[in-house]
Design a protein around this ligand. Structure first.
Ligand SMILES: Cc1cc2nc3c(=O)[nH]c(=O)nc-3n(C[C@H](O)[C@H](O)[C@H](O)COP(=O)(O)OP(=O)(O)OC[C@H]3O[C@@H](n4cnc5c(N)ncnc54)[C@H](O)[C@@H]3O)c2cc1C
Length: 487
């Protein structure tokens, strides 16, 4: 550890207490990766602040010493966003788990960033409310992580992503100042800094309090599981349900390989012989749900569903969801290694893109299981490989990249909800021009001119603030001073 980092660790121990600072190499390894486990970096120091003020103290010290820092919630991110910096500080929010206020009358709650997503709904449920963003990881992921990634989930088709459910955030800026963006009202004058912060993946500072919107729990919920011969028919059903004017709370699709994995893992008992299943859930006023449910069933039948099961109660509904919610982990039953890809396409091109993914898989011999939020065209191809077999990991990476190219060429995007992080920064130039990326960098530099907040994420070739693309005759002053490097 460098002398600067040793001094920082001592400063943190004085300010936060020794049990809030980790420098022991073995203990540091707990934090070496997030959900993207094939990338690992051991941080130099981990700190576990308990308050916003302690977080600000840590960030200010990092800023003064020009030491990079990375925020971490529960570490379930799938794009390497919380991957530590080897010469930096990892700031973990797991001791900031207080739900500070539940205010049903104003339909909002105030929470600390380490609060687990599902705990917000648990706290709001006795009042008849819930927190709508529901990533499949909601039993473990943090609200701070949800804000940073602008996370989605099965029910975001109807209710929108995290950004639609955050009214305000208290933020420690990268120079250690505590500020608020947004607040308790639904709109604020001036630039939408809250909008810029949500989804910024820890590059604009660390959120320490979040005002979330609560929604009234729906009067009725109905769910069906429809089995189709293949993904083409299921994709057609998705388009036809939505073009009917029905916006289900969720429409999720799994293909044959994903079903095989889920059956092996949790025995969800989906219809035999299905090439694809759709789970469609409707919620809202009972009369409306009743009316539209019939239309959904009809569209599924017209598109070729050979079996439709309707959940009779909550237990059966949970069983439908069990296969879907366990699908990522379940793939471990049929393949030793896999990449969870995340891309978006307009839902109208779902059948065409899924066909092309199948062609890609057949042409390369790499197996791809598809399980995804079909209603909003958010694909999650799971690209299977065995790392022990030479060349398989490389082939899987190539197929994974080719799938993103398919998404872009069909009018979509390289990520739907898992963020860019470290993993996808290399793909940013496939979607954005140099000018686009430069504009984003300028925004980032307005918050973080020294580039200390989660450096190396989101941008493919981080430029120093104020730099223009192209050849440079002399090193930037920060480079010359050995405070930053360019690569
Ligand atoms: C099995 C599984 C299923 C998943 N399903 C979904 C899904 O359906 N939808 C979905 O969107 N995602 C999903 N994810 C991805 C992941 O759970 C989400 O991205 C989640 O929001 C990350 O939260 P976290 O607390 O684990 O964040 P982390 O992984 O700890 O961090 C994620 C990013 O947020 C930043 N960050 C964390 N806390 C803060 C803070 N307080 N201030 C500023 N930046 C911060 C980190 O620096 C990092 O860039 C899934 C992951 C798994 C493992």
């Amino acid at each position: 550890m460098t002398a600067t980092l040793r001094l920082l660790a001592a400063e943190f121990e004085t300010a936060l207490g020794a049990d809030s600072v980790i420098t022991d190499r073995q203990r540091l390894r707990t934090y070496e990766c997030d959900g993207l486990a094939h990338h690992r970096v051991v941080p130099a120091i981990v700190v576990l602040p308990e308050t916003a003020e302690q977080t600000a103290t840590v960030v200010k010290a990092c800023a003064t010493a020009r030491v990079p820092f990375v925020a971490r919630g529960s570490g379930t991110g799938l794009s390497g966003g919380a991957l530590p910096h080897a010469e930096g500080v990892l700031i973990v929010t797991s001791r900031m788990r207080r739900i500070l206020e539940v205010d049903p009358a104003n339909e909002r709650a105030v929470v600390e960033p380490g609060v687990i997503n599902l705990d917000v709904t648990r706290a709001a449920a006795p009042h008849g409310y819930y927190f709508a963003p529901d990533p499949s990881s909601q039993q473990v992921c943090s609200v701070g992580g949800n804000v940073a990634e602008n996370s989605g989930g099965a029910h975001c088709l109807k209710y929108g992503f995290t950004t639609n459910h955050v009214l305000g955030v208290e933020v420690v800026t990268p120079d250690g100042e505590l500020v608020w963006f947004g607040g308790t009202t639904h709109d604020a004058p001036g630039y939408d800094l809250l909008g810029a912060f949500v989804g910024s993946e820890g590059t604009l500072g660390i959120t320490t309090k979040i005002v979330v919107r609560l929604l009234r729990a729906p009067e009725a919920v109905r769910c069906l599981l429809a089995a189709f011969p293949g993904v083409d028919e299921a994709g057609t059903a998705v388009s036809s349900i939505i073009s009917d004017g029905v916006v289900p709370a969720a429409i999720e699709m799994m293909d044959a390989l994903a079903i095989e994995a889920a059956e092996a893992a949790v025995q969800c008992g989906y219809p035999q012989g299905a090439g694809a299943v759709l789970i469609v859930e409707l919620d809202g006023p009972a009369a409306e749900v009743e009316h539209t449910f019939g239309a959904v069933e009809q569209r599924c039948t017209e598109a070729g569903a050979f079996e439709i099961r309707i959940a009779r109660d909550d237990a059966e509904r949970a069983l439908f969801w069990k296969g879907r919610k366990s699908a990522f982990a379940a793939v471990g039953r049929i393949s030793p290694d896999y990449i969870v890809q995340d891309g978006v396409i307009p839902r109208t091109v779902l059948p065409a893109v899924l066909r092309k993914i199948t062609e890609l898989a057949c042409g390369t011999g790499v197996r791809v299981a598809n399980v995804f939020h079909a209603g909003d065209g958010n694909l999650h191809p799971l690209v299977l490989f065995d790392d022990a077999i030479p060349g398989e990991a490389q082939a899987a990476e190539e197929v994974s990249g080719a799938i993103l190219d398919l998404c872009i060429s069909h009018g979509g995007s390289i990520t739907g909800e898992h963020g860019v992080g470290m993993d996808k920064s290399q793909y940013m130039p496939r979607m954005f021009t140099d000018d686009d990326l430069d504009t984003m960098q300028r925004l980032r530099c307005a918050f973080d001119p020294a580039g200390v907040s989660n450096p190396g994420k989101v941008f493919p070739t981080p430029r120093l603030c104020g730099e223009v693309p192209g050849r440079h005759k002399a090193p930037h002053p920060l480079q010359a001073a050995g405070l930053a490097e360019q690569f």
